[in-house]
Write a protein that binds this ligand. Structure first.
Ligand code: URA
Length: 433
């Protein structure tokens, strides 16, 4: 290990056997944290070539179980988001593409910090079981064409251990390390094709488009060189996605979207990602045909029916589609934040809004915090909209008043109003194939 650290420190490239030695030794505990930390810092400063990044991904992918989805007929297309605020996309998107006949076997995560997780959101549906065994997971996909679970089995333990170390050694935000971390898990999850939703903006890992493009490029290259066709879409995260931030509130919004009544920006993203997944799954020839098919699946009610089937198959109350107000947990109190002046909203800082929701109990500051499914924030105005002084801009859904003042202040600070309207921002910022 000493030699590997020295080589990386001096800017040399490492081979597959060397990276394998590192990952396997670190997982087995024969390489201590202090050597792994020194190695990570050398990688952080010196960087890795694409070849090394592909090999590191492969080693982490091989460090644990790899799911075999071959018993499920059809082209399995997976989707991954790099994480944002109000990102309930998988909840609407998975039933849309499953309704087109693409099998969805999706592993999702829980939320941490200002970003939420699909599993927490789904668990706000009473009865919904999001922790399936591998057997139950595969059975569910075969039966209904769709299943979403937390991580089954021991997927990429090399990444899990390394990510925890990166978190405390200031080595998270390196493109090779992020790309190999995400792709090792995606590749081990067994799908045939991968679509990446790479978020750009103040609520995302990548604040600038240039960095997001570089990350997307590396992840797409890793996927393709591992034999899985991969595509990335860059999407805006300078304001929350849709209006709702918080678990049950987001499920309600995803349900509304499946009924054709969702916020415009959220539907726009679902439509674009859906079109790309339909193309990767060879259901359509191009994105234009894909968008038309998504519109049809939603307007004909097929995506909504698939959602109902999916919720039922994982033990949740399927009435959430028709009567979300009856089924989903509700907060005790609502607090409104109003515009302090006339003008146009020029900025809604997604990170601050995410932290505000977290303080209300919708998210976790630490991994083992318990979340409250009912609480969160709903925005009534988005960037570019006109407001008058005193008009409601956001509602906080509250159960405990402990952090209410801080949460309210964060929302107030997140909202910028100016006399002139801002330039129109685009939801889709690029595509990498
Ligand atoms: N998400 C991951 O899984 N890994 C990273 O390194 C960053 C985000």
């Amino acid at each position: 290990m000493y030699d590997l650290i020295r080589k990386k420190r001096d800017g040399e490239s490492l081979g597959y056997e060397e990276l394998k030695f590192f990952i396997d030794g670190y997982v087995a505990g024969t390489i201590p944290d202090y050597q792994a930390a020194a190695f990570l810092m050398a990688v952080f400063i010196r960087g890795m070539t694409l070849e090394e990044t592909v090999m590191l991904t492969q080693c982490m992918r091989e460090s644990g179980e790899q799911l075999d989805l071959s018993e499920i007929p059809g082209i399995k297309v997976d989707k991954h988001s790099t994480g944002g605020v109000g990102d309930k996309t998988s909840i609407a998107l998975a039933p849309i593409v499953a309704a087109a006949g693409i099998p969805v076997a999706k592993m999702s995560g829980r939320g941490l910090g200002h970003t939420g997780g699909t599993i927490d959101k789904l668990e706000s549906i009473p009865g919904f079981r999001a922790e399936l065994s591998t057997e139950e997971f595969l059975k569910s996909v075969k039966r209904t064409g769709i299943a979403i679970t937390g991580q089954t089995g021991n997927i990429a333990p090399g990444d899990k251990k390394l990510y925890a170390l990166r978190d405390v050694t200031a080595t998270v935000d390196n493109i090779s390390l992020i790309a190999s971390s995400i792709m090792s898990k995606k590749l081990a999850a067994g799908a045939d094709r991968i679509l990446l939703d790479v978020k750009v903006g103040n609520g995302a890992f990548m604040k600038k488009k240039k960095e997001a493009l570089a990350l997307a490029r590396v992840m797409v290259d890793i996927g393709n060189s591992s034999g899985k066709r991969t595509m990335a879409i860059l999407s805006d995260m300078n304001q929350p996605l849709g209006n709702a931030v918080g678990n049950a509130l987001e499920v309600r919004e995803a349900v509304a979207t499946l009924r054709g009544e969702g916020p415009e920006d959220f539907y726009c993203l679902c439509r674009e990602l859906g079109a790309a997944m339909l193309m990767l799954g060879e259901k359509v020839q191009d994105l234009k045909q894909g968008r038309d098919m998504v519109d049809h699946l939603v307007s004909a009610g097929k995506a909504a029916s698939k959602f109902e089937e999916f919720v039922k198959s994982q033990g949740g109350d399927p009435d959430v589609l028709e009567r979300p107000d009856r089924v989903l947990p509700k907060a005790k109190q609502q607090v409104t934040v109003c515009a302090e002046q006339n003008g146009y909203i020029t900025s809604l800082n997604a990170e601050s809004i995410g932290i505000s929701a977290m303080l209300l109990g919708a998210g976790r500051a630490k991994k083992d915090d318990v979340i409250d499914p009912a609480v969160g924030v709903v925005m009534h105005k988005k960037c570019g909209m006109q407001v008058t002084k005193g008009e409601p801009v956001a509602t906080l859904f509250v159960n405990k008043r402990d952090n209410l003042e801080k949460a309210e202040q964060l929302i107030r600070d997140a909202i910028l109003v100016a006399e002139q309207p801002p330039q129109k921002s685009e939801m889709i910022l690029g595509v990498v194939e």
